[in-house]
Design a protein around this ligand. Structure first.
Ligand code: SF4
Length: 482
């Protein structure tokens, strides 16, 4: 019997990227192999969906519509929909797209192979959504996209109630993994060649509240510092409300915790923060940044900002610009507010007209880009350590540049020379001097001063050499907002 093939299409945040690796692992355990041409020839297509982004509905139903003819041509083909849209729309998905075979939720990822089999045997669509987490996706088999960098989930769900956010409704209240389980996973990853882990949770600073230890996240960072062979530790996302000085001290005193912080601001106006039900104020946010920079002067701070939240006035927006000027972020993910059905903010009065949101957004982006550029220019001439990557940035034969991330998570394009034997591999480390700065990246064209061939680079090379993985994207996860 020929082996069935699968393709997983992922939308949205890092949590979905993490869950998709589990979905792939589960399917490979069940005997599937990855389709070489994506959805074109796959026997099974899984959509791991996101309900946070604008037009998520249109996008999902549009993509399902595109697959309908393929399904008609190949009746044995199966289509499954998981993730936040599945949790939200449930039966509606098979009503709107009756050619879908399986709908599964965010709490029962592990049920996918059984549901696929049941759909096949019973010749009817299976919709199974659970209200509470059945098992941490981290305990499921995995097929990691990167050989040298990995996501490690420390919690799922969120116990906050930000009024623009659909995550708590779809992912449930926060549930924390136990530190022993997390560290066991980290050690196993390092044994496999992973050099960098990103600890993942909707609100990592609340980690431990569930089992009664307010300092659990700081302790976890310090414990990661004890893992031999683990070169880089990152985390996303921290909530300013729960940020403690113990975490700042752990970041500063743990060598492999990187000097970078992605902390969502969302708005600089205290009135808007109140209506967003974000319980910190701009003064607290800036206070955390001061303490982080005092303890870790080289830290780069990035953020998320929403422009045009309902009721945002020009004065509120000016308050955001003020905080941006003071915070001097090295980068920001900026979003134009748009209604997310099912969230409290969707029905608030005073929705800001689109053209006003657009105009404010452009002013914010111009200011932030200028600041990021100035911050990057300060690094010209300084040495940086870069972990080479693939799957983002440039890999450019003409200029012989490859891209990677500095310790502070800045994107760096590095001239690595034309000699293939002297080139770093993704996962290897290089020491370079910054020669040029742009708002969103640095360039190091002066040559590689130091090349460290790491076990991560070995793991990458071994994957490339393995016939089973030919054609597989071996990307490094990038930090993006949830
Ligand atoms: S925005 Fe973040 S902290 Fe707020 S409810 Fe959503 S996931 Fe939780």
């Amino acid at each position: 019997m020929t082996q069935k093939t699968y393709a997983v299409i992922t939308y949205g945040c890092q949590m979905n990227a993490h869950d998709s690796e589990r979905i792939s692992g589960l399917l490979e355990d069940a005997g599937y192999r990855r389709a070489e041409s994506g959805t074109d020839d796959a026997d099974l297509v899984v959509f791991n969906t996101c309900a946070v982004r604008e037009n998520a509905d249109n996008r999902l139903y549009g993509n399902l519509g595109h697959l309908a003819p393929a399904k008609q041509r190949r009746p044995g083909m199966q289509i499954a929909v998981g993730g936040c849209m599945a949790q939200k729309d449930r039966e509606l998905i098979v009503t709107k797209a009756p050619w879908v075979d399986v709908v599964f939720g965010t709490h029962n990822v592990g049920a996918l192979p059984v549901l696929l089999e049941r759909a096949r045997v019973e010749r009817s669509a299976q919709v199974e959504i659970r209200e509470a987490l059945e098992q941490f996706p981290s305990t499921l088999p995995t097929r990691r996209e990167s050989a040298y960098a990995a996501w490690v989930s420390i919690s799922v769900g969120c116990s906050n109630t930000c009024t623009y956010c659909i995550v708590p409704a779809l992912r449930g209240k926060e549930t924390d993994r136990r530190p022993g389980d997390i560290l066991a996973e980290v050690r196993m990853l390092v044994d496999e060649g992973v050099q960098e882990v990103t600890l993942l949770g909707q609100n990592v600073n609340a980690y431990g509240l569930e089992f009664g230890d307010r300092e659990a996240f700081a302790k976890l960072l310090r414990a990661c510092g004890q893992v031999d062979g683990l070169r880089r530790v990152r985390f996303t996302s921290p909530h300013p409300k729960d940020f403690t000085d113990a975490v700042i001290a752990a970041m500063a005193e743990t060598d492999n915790v990187m000097p970078s912080l992605h902390m969502p601001l969302q708005s600089g106006s205290d009135d808007v923060l109140r209506r967003m039900r974000r319980s910190y104020r701009s003064e607290r946010f800036l206070g955390i940044l001061d303490r982080v920079r005092e303890a870790i002067p080289e830290a780069a701070v990035t953020t998320d900002i929403i422009v045009g939240f309902p009721g945002e006035t020009e004065a509120d927006f000016q308050a955001t610009l003020d905080v941006v000027r003071q915070a001097r972020f090295s980068g920001a993910f900026t979003f134009q507010y748009s209604i997310r059905p099912g969230t409290p903010a969707a029905t608030m009065a005073d929705q800001v007209p689109r053209p006003v949101v657009q105009e404010r957004y452009e002013r914010l982006v111009a200011l932030q880009d200028e600041i990021a550029w100035q911050e990057n220019l300060r690094l010209v001439g300084t040495p940086v350590e870069v972990m080479m990557a693939t799957g983002e940035g440039r890999k450019d034969a003409a200029t012989a540049r490859m891209s990677g991330r500095a310790r502070d998570n800045r994107l760096v394009h590095v001239a690595v020379g034309a000699d293939p034997s002297a080139r770093p591999r993704p996962g290897d480390l290089v020491e370079v001097a910054v020669t040029h700065a742009a708002p969103h990246h640095l360039v190091a064209d002066g040559g590689v001063a130091g090349l460290v061939r790491t076990r991560g680079g070995d793991a990458y090379a071994a994957r490339l050499a393995a016939p089973a993985t030919v054609g597989v994207a071996l990307g490094m996860p990038t930090l993006r907002p949830a």
